[in-house]
Write a protein that binds this ligand. Sequence first.
Ligand SMILES: O=C(O)CCC(=O)N[C@@H](CCC(=O)O)C(=O)O
Ligand SMILES: [Zn+2]
Length: 332
Amino acid sequence: MLALGKLLELTLAGREPTEKIQLTADGTRLHWLAEGALEITPTVARDNGRDLLLSAGIHGNETAPIELLDRLLQRIARGELKPASRVLFLLGNPEAMRRGERYLEQDINRLFCGRHEDGSGNEALRAAELERLAAAFFSRAERPRLHYDLHTAIRGSKIEQFALYPWSEGREHSRDELARLRSAGIDAVLLQSKPGITFSAYTYSCLGAEAFTLELGKARPFGQNQAVNLDRLEIMLQALIRGDEPTDDGAPLDGLKLFAVSREVIKHSDHFRLHLDDAVDNFTELDQGYLLAEDIGGTRWIVEERGARIIFPNPRVKNGLRAGILVVPTEL
Ligand SMILES: O=C(O)CCC(=O)N[C@@H](CCC(=O)O)C(=O)O
Ligand SMILES: [Zn+2]
């Protein structure tokens, strides 16, 4: 296998490869661009015009998706998977991956869309670098742009594999993209209704890509992801890379559950109290009238929405950040 196929190994070892560009026997080009960043260019004859960004490790302890990208890249480097799409592989937060932590000082996934300019430190610099790498990759006109940012969650979930679909003024959520996610085993999608500051929000709203955060089960250390079954996603991603996806325009959403984000619960101060046990799963339904959280100055978060469910409840986030999302069922 080509040495550049070992991007994960290089990244975990903090090593820069001596050769930055390598070609497979069939002419696919692998180009190491920066730490944790590798661009794949198909031969001109095979190029199908699609640009696909696959990122993982934005949170360093979310290892199942990192292992998935490693498997895809190794297959490309061995010549077993012959790309027709341009692909950019990004491992988001290498230092956090090395330490097995979500982040070191700042959550990178709250530093996009310019937020890194207000911050300092390595994670702000890395968010700026990821924005530059993504912008350069998606700079070619007339090519469909698609980004999947792969994560796993802190808590268990009543719906294990789900996606978050960013929002941007004047753009409609794409039914075909939802159908593609459904074919990859994704069971639910949360439709955002305001601008975000995550990596997928950046590529969606600033770079015009179709972009999603994918949640793929519970976060576990490297080598302990047997419980997470990513087979259907892996099959879909391989087909996207090879360019031989079944042409299924108008494919059914086939039971895909859709949720609208009703409110984000923001932690304003150290007085923030979340009235949910750590064992409560994502997508747990909350009754109308339930006192979900309290904060300084008598702020109370009471559930008003009928059928509300809680996603990512986390009282340990920094002040000013999202400590949970309330979603309600919706339709397209
Ligand atoms: O389990 C949790 O509390 C967080 C899991 C995670 O990292 N989720 C992403 C979602 C990004 C998005 O909103 O698109 C995150 O919180 O960054
Ligand atoms: Zn994450």
